[in-house]
Design a protein around this ligand. Structure first.
Ligand code: Z5A
Length: 221
């Protein structure tokens, strides 16, 4: 267990490989003796998972960008206050599949909500709370969408109430804006972000992630 809690987020477009790498990181950290909490956004608590359904399910609703942003932050507040902060207070490593950077990328860069509004609401909800380390898995849009489609195609047939594809169904130009958005955010916050070329093999990416986490955890004691 670390002396202080540590918060790691993973960001990237569709099919970047976040879920795959997060599972590997959890196993590696646990085998080194850390207590780890794996969570995701939107969601992570039963209440926030209810909001997730509204946002990502095919029949979740027709929200404009600002309403989406407010729903993501409502879910995030519950998640941070009732799960992430308490786990960090116990000295755990929290790994989150997406966090606030996804809101800036999807709702601001993708859907055109003003970054000033994003910054104001982020300050109200999170204050200065932020991940200690954020991995951006960067992959060309066409490759990420192909990977993501492969996963969706391999599952059994689901109803519109079950399938989580409200964002995958947006056009390629949306996903291009998203990719540039993530790269812009990462370039602004170089201390927190580590950008990884997600075209590398799974093992090469895992090694980059483990090296970065190792360095940063040593600084965290
Ligand atoms: N959203 C938002 O708009 N605003 C917000 O604030 C937040 C979220 C928090 C939640 O989706 C949606 O909500 C999301 C943004 C929006 N949009 N969508 N869709 P999510 O996070 O639950 O789902 P996702 O991001 O789409 O996950 P994904 O498509 O499953 O991607 P992934 O987790 O990054 O990839 P993966 O499942 O690990 O890998 C996909 C496939 O690629 C799989 O077959 C792997 O074996 C393969 N893969 C992975 N890495 C490699 C490499 N290196 N080489 C070859 N193949 C690979």
């Amino acid at each position: 267990m670390t002396a202080k809690g540590f918060f790691i987020s993973f960001e990237g477009g569709e099919g970047a490989g976040k879920t795959t790498q997060i599972k590997r990181l959890k196993d590696w950290l646990e085998s080194s003796g850390h207590a780890v909490i794996l969570t995701r956004e939107p969601g992570g608590t039963p209440e926030a998972e209810k909001i997730r359904d509204l946002l990502v399910k095919r029949d979740g609703g027709n929200w404009d960008g600002l309403t989406e942003l407010l729903l993501f932050f409502a879910a995030r507040r519950h998640h941070v206050e009732t799960l992430i902060k308490p786990a960090m207070a116990e000295g755990k490593v929290v790994i989150c599949d997406r966090f606030a950077d996804s809101t800036e990328a999807y709702q601001c860069f993708g859907h055109g909500v003003s970054t000033d509004i994003y910054a104001q609401i982020k300050t109200i909800v999170l204050g200065d709370f932020a991940p200690n380390l954020t991995f951006l898995l960067d992959v060309p849009v066409n490759i990420g969408l192909k990977r993501s489609k492969r996963v969706n195609d391999s599952t059994t047939v689901l109803s519109d109430a079950e399938v989580e594809d409200r964002f995958e169904r947006l056009d390629v130009s949306f996903h291009e804006k998203l990719r540039q958005g993530f790269l812009t955010i990462a370039a602004r916050e170089t201390n927190r972000f580590k950008v990884i070329d997600a075209l590398q093999s799974l093992d090469e990416i895992t090694t980059c992630i483990e090296n970065a986490v190792n360095d940063r955890l040593q600084d965290n004691v």
